[in-house]
Ligand binder design. Structure first.
Ligand code: FMN
Length: 207
């Protein structure tokens, strides 16, 4: 489908005054359009000396408190977030030609919240979380496969506990921008900025 055929604009009248509600609306549309991995988002962090790094992660929860993803607390992204707890997310849903940009501060979710989510994961992923020292150099693949096999033995017939070094982060948005392509490249861009009193200021940006 030509993405420009979906000419549903976002405008000051139709957009929800609350950007989380607006995100939910678009996210629901993306899932209804069966966009593969609609929950996939690009996460950008920075090194202590201000060099950005980016990778994809999966959105596991979104509500008024923010956007939640899960990862390894000893990974490169975690080290960067420890040093600078600010990050940006980008979603792009091609079939609808929607982009959403989110920026804000990041904190770890509670251990209980991570335990709860970890328990819902497939066993293979749980074992993988134990087996993989994410972002570290490994000599070769057999190192990981050997670790995985050892862990399969260790946790035979028992549930796999969450490793302490694995859990969630929550990005609390300060800025959320919704972008929708329009004819003639006069795209719509609505920006929401959190105000000191907790309300959201909405403005339009030039494309
Ligand atoms: C579609 C997609 C989804 C991903 N989801 C996650 C995720 O939710 N958590 C995660 O730790 N890594 C995820 N990854 C792997 C990351 O992109 C990345 O390789 C890994 O987290 C290590 O990143 P880092 O070395 O910058 O910490 C995903 C990759 C892809 C392509």
């Amino acid at each position: 489908m030509d993405s420009y055929a979906v000419d549903e604009s976002i405008n000051e009248q139709s957009a929800d005054p609350n950007p989380i509600n607006q995100f939910q609306r678009w996210f629901d549309q993306a899932r209804a359009a069966t966009i593969p991995l609609a929950e996939a988002m690009n996460l950008a962090t920075t090194t202590p000396d201000g060099k950005p790094s980016a990778r994809m992660v999966l959105l596991k929860q979104v509500d008024d408190d923010g956007f939640v993803f899960y990862t390894n607390y000893q990974s490169r992204k975690a080290a960067e977030l420890d040093a600078n707890p600010f990050a940006a997310l980008v979603f792009y849903w091609q079939k609808l030609d929607y982009q959403v940009r989110v920026e804000g501060s990041v904190t770890r979710v509670s251990a209980e919240e991570s335990d709860e989510y970890f328990a819902t994961r497939p066993r293979e992923s749980q074992l993988g979380a134990h087996a993989s020292p994410q972002s570290e150099i490994v000599a070769d693949r057999t190192v990981l496969e050997r670790r995985y096999a050892e862990l399969e033995e260790k946790y035979l017939n028992v549930s796999v506990p969450r490793p302490e070094h694995w859990g969630g982060y929550r990005l609390r948005p300060d800025r959320i921008e919704f972008w929708k392509s329009r004819l003639g490249r006069l795209h719509d861009r609505l920006l929401y900025e959190r105000q000191p009193d907790g309300t959201w200021l909405r403005t339009r940006l030039a494309p």
